[in-house]
Structure formats: structure tokens, C-alpha cells
Ligand binder design. Structure first.
Ligand code: GAR
Length: 223
């Protein structure tokens, strides 16, 4: 079986990209990052790609604040296609994609979000969780649909909110889990194990118990 070719879209730091690259280079996942594309010219993610010898492309987003212009989006598609991308991986990509893009890659766009969806979608998932006062939050990897953080859930990991947490400390605890479950979700896709039925994603053979039962690994569920 060949390796799954993914294109990563990232706007910033790129730590999730780095986690995927490292697992990929170590041969731990059957995934190859074929290209990294950013809407931000000096994004650290582009640097990380270059350091790993992966093509890194900056495509300006155009004049909109939260979306890509149709022309920019077309350019994204061209670059992803040039590199034979099978699955588009959003890793801290802060632009909303249009229906045309999602139709082009139907069922083949994934995202990581720093909260347990459907709680706290959109920006600053960690801050929203702190402000709400939840005791548990986490990370979600999901397929992307036309809504904001509304697509079918692939994997989630649970993270406790500790007394005295700041946005920074909580984000760091969540990020650790993002770095673990994102490569794991990509591996499930690479192995062709995921089935999507409406909102429900199941994996042949079941998802890794360590991920689903993560509450135990990160401090217990109090029972
Ligand atoms: C991650 O925490 C990711 O979940 C979040 O941005 C961060 C990117 O970090 N994404 C969103 O909030 C999307 N709604 P990274 O650039 O170091 O991977």
C-alpha cells in the first residue's frame, strides 16, 4: 500500500504540522506531507516544511479577512493538485474554505480543533472553555464540512481543566493531545479504515482505546 499524500494548510506556528512530519519521517504513519501551503508569508509552518525538505508555498489569501478569494482558492487547488494531494490537512489554518473547494475534496479535508466539539467552535476554543468554567475540555479531529467546526468527528481526546489554568497552560495541555491524535487520525485514513455515515464516523477494528479512554490517561474521570 502506498503512502497517503497529504497537503497541509497552516497559518502560523505549525506545531501540529511538525508532529505529523516527525511521525511521517520516522515511518510511524503511512502518510507523506507532499506540500505545505500558507496564507501567511512568514508563517513558522513554512519554515518547518523547508527544514524538512518539503515544498513550502505562500499563497496570498486575497482581500477578504476570514476567507480566501475565489481566485486565491483556485490557486490553492492548483498547488495541491500539482503535488498529487489526496487529503487536505488543516493545521491552524485560519481561513474559511468555500463550498467549491470542499466539493473538490469532498470527504478529504480534515481539521484539528482545540476543544471537544460541538463545544466551543470557532476562534479561541481554549479561552471559551476557561470562560465557561468547564472542568474537562480537549481536542477534536474532524472532517470539514461547510460549517465552522461542524463536520463529523474522527477522534477526540479529553483534557482536564485545572484550577489556576491560564489560556497558555490549558492550550499547552490540549496541544499535547492534538499532536497525538492528529497523526493517529491520518493513519486511520491512510489505512482506509474510516467509514462515514451521516455524522457518524466509525473505524473498522475500532479506534485506539488509548485515545477514546484518554480521560484515564490524563487524570481520571473522577469515578
Ligand atoms: C492549534 O491549537 C489548533 O487546534 C488551532 O490552532 C492551533 C494551531 O497550532 N486551530 C484552531 O483554533 C482552528 N479553529 P499550530 O500552528 O502550532 O499547529
Amino acid at each position: 500500500m502506498g503512502r497517503l499524500l497529504v497537503g497541509v494548510l497552516a497559518s502560523g506556528r505549525g506545531s501540529n504540522l511538525q508532529a505529523i512530519i516527525e511521525r511521517s519521517l520516522a515511518g510511524k504513519i503511512d502518510v507523506e506531507v507532499a506540500v505545505v501551503v500558507s496564507d501567511v508569508e512568514d508563517a513558522q509552518a513554512l519554515e518547518r516544511a523547508r527544514s524538512a525538505g518539503i515544498p513550502a508555498v505562500h499563497i496570498p489569501p486575497g482581500r477578504f479577512r476570514t476567507k480566501l478569494t475565489p481566485e486565491a482558492e483556485q490557486r490553492y487547488v492548483e498547488v495541491l493538485d500539482e503535488h498529487g494531494v489526496e487529503v487536505v490537512v488543516l493545521a491552524g489554518f485560519m481561513r474559511i474554505l468555500h463550498d467549491d473547494f470542499l466539493t473538490r475534496y469532498a470527504g478529504r479535508v480534515v481539521n484539528v480543533h482545540p476543544a471537544l466539539l460541538p463545544s466551543f467552535p470557532g476562534l479561541h476554543g481554549q479561552r471559551q472553555a476557561l470562560e465557561y468554567g468547564v472542568k474537562w475540555t480537549g481536542a477534536t479531529v474532524h472532517f470539514v464540512d461547510a460549517g465552522v467546526d461542524t463536520g463529523p468527528v474522527i477522534l477526540q481526546a479529553v483534557v482536564p481543566v485545572m484550577d489556576g489554568d491560564t489560556e497558555e497552560t490549558l492550550s499547552a495541555r490540549i496541544l499535547e493531545q492534538e499532536h497525538r491524535i492528529y497523526p493517529e487520525a491520518l493513519q486511520l485514513i491512510a489505512e482506509g479504515r474510516l467509514r462515514v455515515d451521516g455524522r457518524l464516523v466509525t473505524s473498522a477494528g475500532g479506534t485506539d482505546g488509548a485515545t477514546k479512554g484518554d480521560a484515564g490517561a490524563t487524570g481520571g474521570d473522577g469515578s
